[in-house]
Design a protein around this ligand. Sequence first.
Ligand code: URA
Length: 190
Amino acid sequence: MDRALSWEETEEKIANCRRCPLCESRTNTVPGVGNRNSIIMFVGEGPGYNEDMQGEPFVGAAGKLLDKMLLSIGIVRKNVYITNVVKCRPPQNRDPLFEEQAACLPYLRTQFKLMRPKIIVCLGRIAAKALIREDFAITRQRGIWYDKKGTLFIATYHPSALLRDESKKKQAWEDLKIIREKLKEFDFYE
Ligand code: URA
């Protein structure tokens, strides 16, 4: 995808996208939201019902928990950039298919190039597999930094997984503290 695209052009391309069948059932595209100059980006899986209705990522129950997770390490949502692997809602909130992810990933890559975040947090298995490595095992490999060409990637549990299984919250908190320590190194809180 063209390296020189602006944020506005990228969002317009997403809004008009017909690269995969998810475009047929979407209400709104969900390109991403937040501070495009932040050093940290959070990447979820794909929009759910509320996100599809509002055109904004993480605004439903999982989003409320994400906001709390961010606040627990002193991050206000508007100070980071939040997006998803796929920008249109998969029907019935199923996992996005490999082909749908492949069709949509060039938009995320353009967003990486525009933003150049130092840290990318993968929220859940789907984002970690798409962005860190194909065989990523979330239970064993979360909370670990992966340096990919100078950008630091880390994965933690998806907030929806934490809503389904509260016993995972302890480990997610450990991951969040690891992220907080790295953010301190980058003077995020100054
Ligand atoms: N789950 C996601 O992965 N992304 C959202 O935007 C909302 C719920």
